[in-house]
Design a protein around this ligand. Sequence first.
Ligand SMILES: Cc1cc2nc3c(=O)[nH]c(=O)nc-3n(C[C@H](O)[C@H](O)[C@H](O)COP(=O)(O)OP(=O)(O)OC[C@H]3O[C@@H](n4cnc5c(N)ncnc54)[C@H](O)[C@@H]3O)c2cc1C
Length: 269
Amino acid sequence: MLLREVEYARPASVRDAVRLLSEHDGARALAGGQTLINVMKSRAASPDVLVDLQDLAELKAIDLAADGTLTVGSMVTYTELVESVEARARPILGDVCATIADVQVRNRGTIGGNVCSNDPTNHLPPLMVALGATMTIVGTDGERDVPAEDFFIGVYMTAAGAGELVTKIVIPAGKGDGFAAVTIGKDGTCIVSAAASLDGGAPRIAIGCVDAVPVRVEVSSTAADAVREAVRAANLDPPGDVHASSGYRRHLAEVLAARAVEQAEQRRN
Ligand SMILES: Cc1cc2nc3c(=O)[nH]c(=O)nc-3n(C[C@H](O)[C@H](O)[C@H](O)COP(=O)(O)OP(=O)(O)OC[C@H]3O[C@@H](n4cnc5c(N)ncnc54)[C@H](O)[C@@H]3O)c2cc1C
């Protein structure tokens, strides 16, 4: 289906982008367009103004600090993350991005667009929660940092409000991360996903596709039985659909969390 008529702006600075987004009620940031353009084609959203972020070079940087902190600009594509030497500091990032959809989507889709769309089936929201990432949000009132756990607030909803931009994602130093998912076909949409990080002692586990936002599960041990019991005790109530019943998603959550922790342990050593 053809797009409705829409104004198009291509600002040269973050300040101009934020100004344009906040001046127009119906303005939306355009990153890789891999979600937004499809949503516009289906008429599920009809923004009045598209604010294209492609010219904002400062959103395309990947920086690895001496202490191991990794800062990824929101306009960095999946392919750039896969190929980045700096991002190998946290290899799970590139490894997961390499499995998102297909080459076309990976060449256009961005880390910022992935977290900002907060589709519960997207790969990166649970991973960002498990890694303890922080999103930097810029608006007309200035800049603030929001931990991933507070960033995802509902289906397609995040802490980045109208008129605001996510400029970068900061991932603390660490090693020992894992990710496991059951998808629809190879490299397809997740039915359930689980991410785990072992840095700092007890595993940080986040489960995707079982609720509107990634679900954190607390556990003090890396033993598979303990992880599965912790997921069971979280009393997940996932939706059922044509791909998996609610009960099967609950089962997958247990199995995948244990697998993600196991992978994280293998990578820590
Ligand atoms: C065929 C297909 C299969 C896919 N399969 C998967 C999959 O298996 N797993 C997966 O994770 N994803 C999948 N995706 C989605 C893909 O990863 C998208 O790239 C991603 O969801 C959005 O990123 P984008 O850069 O394209 O953002 P866009 O589509 O441009 O934007 C998405 C939303 O985020 C907002 N936004 C974007 N950047 C910012 C920013 N910096 N600040 C504030 N708001 C912003 C936009 O306004 C828009 O509302 C798939 C997409 C397609 C087309």
